[in-house]
Write a protein that binds this ligand. Structure first.
Ligand code: HAM
Length: 416
């Protein structure tokens, strides 16, 4: 109907000015350490063949069984909006034969992901992640480096009130040994039909059941960490040794269950202390069988996904986001037509030298334009009138301190 307002779909996160500035700061800084560690961009579609996720992520997971945005496209194919990034990366690595080249394949990504969850603070149906995957080498030093890169991302945006939880899900032999005892333990519990069905596909899922009676019931369940065979135990000890050497503090959480089925070996989660129910700001781990599961060769991999929305909420809760991220260096207020021409050329010139510069457009009075400069958050402001142009000198005002100094127009770049 014409004229009716249309709202965004329920539960999506979106960022408009001025908060988008803080969002951009968080997203770019979270992933910067990965780029400095040699990870390269991988840009993938936001929709994939549905089977990629049913096979890759696992049918026992909430993500696949309840939360996927799945639809039939015009050609009758079943398509799903990506609920996570790892399966797609693996699909692309196999499809492009990246695993036939130099190993490990190291890639980073950033973008939207989709899960039809019940929306609440910090939980959205469209949300943002940055992530990395290192595929093709099973070396505990990579596990430690991957964790360290995530940690460096959180530190880069100023977070400190979070903890890192780690555990190991061991190799196939360790998991099989544990599964026998766990299944036997579960057979002594009285479960409803849905829970029993879930346990049948992946009994570990029951550790993740938030219901009080289930938590009580699972309190004495056998823990996988006590079933690690020699090789898995040594690997996990190595990871901890490297983390200690890196000075990264962590706590062991042997009851951790990640929401995706592909994990093996080292798994981890970053939990923020000020975020309440949706406190997981990032997580990841090793996934030994995933590539084979998706039709590729048998290579191991490890990676993480960090929640940009939640990292932003965490940074706001800690009060560590400064207002000066991504603000302009200079705001020019031209008075009159010839000043406008001059302002355009000065701004264009400064921008080619890497400065960010805004101009007050339109015929607003000086007072209104100053307000605009103030609102923009720009670091400095100059007013450009006839006398400034003829003298070739402007008064450069630093907004925060209010301090002004006379600067030659030709020397603005240095002054900034
Ligand atoms: P994940 O733990 O499902 O892992 O998601 C990673 C992060 O995304 C979470 O810690 C959380 O911060 C954020 N997140 C997840 N769901 C939502 C939501 N509905 N709203 C807001 N934020 C959300 C993965 O997705 C794995 N692919 C990570 C990985 C990469 N593992 C190995 N490689």
């Amino acid at each position: 109907m014409p004229g009716q307002k249309i709202s965004a779909p329920k539960g999506v996160s979106e960022y408009v000015p001025s908060r988008s500035r803080a969002f951009e700061f968080v997203r770019e800084n979270l992933i910067a350490p990965a780029k400095r560690a040699g990870y390269q961009l991988i840009e993938l579609p936001v929709f994939e063949d549905t089977e990629l996720f049913t096979r890759g992520v696992g049918e026992s997971t909430d993500v696949v069984s309840k939360e996927m945005y799945t639809f039939e496209d015009r050609g009758g194919r079943s398509i799903t909006l990506r609920p996570e990034g790892t399966a797609g990366v693996m699909r692309a690595v196999i499809e492009h034969g990246l695993d036939r080249g130099q190993l490990p394949v190291k890639v980073w990504y950033s973008g939207q992901f989709f899960r039809a969850e019940r929306p609440q603070a910090g939980r959205y149906r469209q949300f943002y992640q940055v992530g990395i995957e290192a595929i093709g080498l099973d070396d505990p030093a990579i596990d430690a480096e991957v964790i360290a890169i995530a940690d460096a991302g959180f530190k880069a945006i100023g977070l400190s009130k979070y903890r890192l939880e780690i555990t190991s899900l061991g190799d196939a032999e360790s998991r099989a040994a544990h599964r026998v005892d766990l299944v036997e333990f579960i057979s002594t519990l009285r479960l409803d039909e849905a829970t029993a069905a879930r346990a049948l596909v992946n009994p570990l899922r029951l550790f993740d059941d938030k219901r009080e009676e289930m938590r009580k019931a699972m309190a004495d369940a056998p823990l996988l960490i006590n079933y690690l065979n020699e090789a898995s135990r040594l690997q996990f000890e190595q990871v901890q040794k490297y983390l200690n050497a890196l000075g990264i503090s962590y706590v062991l959480n042997p009851r951790m269950v990640r929401g995706l089925d592909y994990y093996t070996g080292t798994t981890f989660e970053f939990v923020h202390e000020l975020l309440g129910a949706q406190s997981g700001i990032g997580g990841g781990g090793r996934y030994d069988g995933l590539m084979e599961q998706l039709g590729g060769q048998s290579l191991s991999g490890i990676g993480f996904g960090l929640g940009v929305d939640r990292a932003l909420l965490a940074a706001e809760a800690e009060g560590v986001i400064g207002n000066d991220a991504f603000v302009s260096d200079l705001f020019i207020i031209p008075l009159g037509e010839s000043a406008r021409v001059k302002a355009l050329t000065i701004a264009a010139d400064l921008r080619t030298h890497g400065k960010s510069v805004e101009i007050a457009f339109g015929d607003r009075a000086l007072k209104g334009a100053m307000k605009g400069a103030d609102k923009s958050g720009a670091k400095c402001v100059v007013v450009l009138g006839e006398s400034e142009i003829s003298s070739g000198t402007v008064e450069l005002k630093e907004m925060k301190s209010g301090h002004t100094s006379s600067v030659k127009i030709d020397s603005l770049l240095e002054a900034l």
